[in-house]
Design a protein around this ligand. Sequence first.
Ligand code: 4NP
Length: 157
Amino acid sequence: MVKVLFVCLGNICRSPTAEGVFRAVVRAHGLEEIIEVDSAGTHAYHIGEAPDARAQAAAVRRGIDLSELRGRQATRCDIESFDFILAMDRENLKYLRALSPPGQEQKIRLFLEFAPARPEREVPDPYFGGESGFDRVLDMVEEAAIGLLEHIQRERL
Ligand code: 4NP
């Protein structure tokens, strides 16, 4: 089993989008019994909430349903138990590294490392912006999700 956790600030926009997209990629390759996928936030603001309506609408336009996901906060235990902890931006990365038990920090990376052809290394927070920000998140996340699956297939399976 390979366990993947996506992390952003609120766990209602970027990381549930990444979870939904990566789940779809994993399912399309018939690997859902082998790769476990989850998401969490660094902050507690949106615990128990469904993803932001704008994130859900943007995902539905690409055939992805996020409606069953619920916000939760990342814990130290998550860092112990997941193999890949993928931060959406450098703030999330810094927070997770500080939360990490000693010796586990190498599991925590920027998600966009897996989209090396893109110029960006951070998925920008779409929360305070317009609809187009959510489509941009999906463009980035779709590319990195494919790169991540290829990496896992190469290194872990
Ligand atoms: P996310 O977006 O980190 O992609 O889920 C945000 C959601 C909520 C807030 C900030 C970012 N907030 O400040 O409540």
